[in-house]
Design a protein around this ligand. Structure first.
Ligand code: ATP
Ligand code: MG
Length: 138
């Protein structure tokens, strides 16, 4: 079944000019990029986006990192997009990520790990709607 997921190219990868390489990789792996924008998140937006982590010890640091520079938000579409994108991203900690995964290639640490991806159909629905009205998804 065709599925959609939300990806964020995080501020670290954006700063290091990895945008083009990551977008090319998505197309190469069969994802259709059906929405995308470059955006500077407000603290309120970053906190709302990561609200499931609000009790975690790394919440303040994570949200400050997410507003440390622009990000690119994307909607990606393919069969099994959510799971396949999580596989392509690799483990949360780039040191433990699989060879050739996006986090292994472009991530620097467990916090500065280059990419976000939705982890279930429910979060994908919430996260896509968080950044994109239906009129901006093609
Ligand atoms: P994401 O939700 O960004 O796709 P994930 O699902 O692999 O990543 P989560 O457990 O949801 O990982 O954590 C969300 C984000 O919080 C991580 O991507 C990372 O940037 C940061 N993070 C997670 N664990 C830690 C930690 N122990 N220390 C610092 N930052 C962390
Ligand atoms: Mg997560």
């Amino acid at each position: 079944m065709l599925e959609r997921t939300l990806a964020i190219i995080k501020p670290d990868a954006f700063r290091k000019n990895h945008l083009g390489a990551i977008l090319a990789r998505y197309e190469h792996e069969g994802f259709r990029i059906c929405a995308g924008k470059i955006k500077f998140l407000s603290l309120r937006e970053a906190e709302g986006f990561y609200h499931v982590h609000r009790e975690r010890p790394f919440f303040a640091s994570l949200t400050q990192f997410m507003i440390s520079g622009p990000v690119m938000t994307l909607v990606l579409e393919k069969k099994n997009a959510i799971t396949d994108h999580r596989t392509l991203m690799g483990a949360t900690d780039p040191a433990k990520a699989e060879p050739n995964s996006l986090r292994k290639l472009y991530g620097a640490s467990i916090e500065e790990n280059a990419i976000h991806g939705s982890d279930s159909p429910e979060t994908a629905r919430f996260e896509i709607a968080y950044f994109f009205p239906a009129s901006e998804i093609f």
